[in-house]
Design a protein around this ligand. Sequence first.
Ligand SMILES: Cc1cc2nc3c(=O)[nH]c(=O)nc-3n(C[C@H](O)[C@H](O)[C@H](O)COP(=O)(O)OP(=O)(O)OC[C@H]3O[C@@H](n4cnc5c(N)ncnc54)[C@H](O)[C@@H]3O)c2cc1C
Length: 460
Amino acid sequence: MAAERLVVIGGDAAGMSAASQVRRLRGPDELSIVAFERGHFTSYSACGVPYWVGGDVEGPDALVARTPEEHRERSIDLRMRTEVTEIDVAGQRVRALDRESGETYWTDFDKLVIATGARPVRPELPGIDAPGVHGVQTLDDGQALLETLERTTGRRAVVVGAGYIGVEMAEAMLRRGYEVTVLNRGAQPMATLDPDMGRLVHEAMDGLGITTVNGAAVTRILTGDDGRVSAVATDDATYPADVVVLGIGVEPETGLARAAGLPTGPNGGLLTDLTQRVRGHQDIWAGGDCVEVLDLVAGRTRHIALGTHANKHGQVIGSNVGGGYGTFPGVVGTAVSKVCDLEIGRTGLREKDAAAVGLRYVTATIESTGRAGYYPGARAMTVKMIAEYRTGRLLGVQIVGREGAAKRVDVAAVALTAGMTVEAMTALDLGYAPPFSPVWDPVLVAARKTVTAVRQAGSA
Ligand SMILES: Cc1cc2nc3c(=O)[nH]c(=O)nc-3n(C[C@H](O)[C@H](O)[C@H](O)COP(=O)(O)OP(=O)(O)OC[C@H]3O[C@@H](n4cnc5c(N)ncnc54)[C@H](O)[C@@H]3O)c2cc1C
């Protein structure tokens, strides 16, 4: 009997994690695997692009966890530079376009994994395609930006967008010696934080010499006589630029799946069950940036494009397709980032998220240090905690500070997952020694202050 065939669309984190896990569980005699990747790389870390551009790490080869050849050695028939252009759900087949030869052909599948990722938002602005304007979604993008930097003599960089990719790229350009302006449409950088915490990021960026302009909606990219980018215009001003980096966010890449009639959610991502099976389709799975995830705190689905989820999705899909069992229960919304030495961590709901799902809440914000106050190198850290009114259930934590700030948020992520109250958190047995924290860890100090806020609100 011929082996069953698994087809995978997308050769990065979710797709190749799934394919690799399937292969661990089922040999090529039982299940053949054909994977399609339209780009030049597989299993690459886009997360490393800002650090590659900034000169902290080598690239692009160092950012590739597994090459096409290594996948092929594991009996995965990987077809590079080949784009799937159509999914025929009823006929259980996909149509592929070989981008090198121009040839198109159909491939049958018994099981299908959709791992097409996300595409960067690229508004249709005049001049957006001008030489010198770069996205940073893929390793090819990183390479193209570096080539531009080598050729460019001017030293003015404009970064459009102040989410985590925007601030990481602002750091990268600063480290390359550029004068950096960040144009941010929102009220403060890092919209994944509440504005009061975003303001701290803004202040720190000022201190680093990065100019951040809030409320700046880009209207056009201007070009010089040579056709290259020369400036970025907003409604209010024009910012000279020798290079422009776009970090405006991403949308799930689901055009192919939607055209095939597969279900998408309110945020545009594919809808799956807890085993990552596409809802209503027994033999089709999806994971990574192209799906919506269940927000365990808010109780609804969201689109969160993060590699940490994509890798787990791939593992879960691979286990299920391979005859094992796995589930992805959802996320609490944890993310960390940095701009130079300023670390940023967040998990759970912001104030506006809590309000949007009808939760009443209290907040408390504390200032502490990452080490004992007397220990050399102790630096300030701000922790904001959000808890449910009356019950005191933890809803969210945001941390901005220096060394050790970002990953402290993991304690809160565990507490959120466990459904802990802020009162229960005050008794957590967290490690202490002067080089690592004050005797009361900043997270515990925040929990104590939030307990007081919950009590006061309850008795008001
Ligand atoms: C600059 C940057 C920094 C980041 N930093 C972090 C970080 O610090 N932490 C974190 O958790 N996440 C980070 N991320 C996000 C992380 O990289 C993504 O969440 C992760 O790569 C998603 O994996 P994926 O497999 O779902 O999608 P992708 O990595 O987007 O891979 C999808 C693949 O599918 C291919 N494809 C799409 N459509 C087709 C088709 N029709 N046919 C064939 N191939 C197709 C694409 O070419 C692509 O290679 C960062 C992303 C960027 C861009």
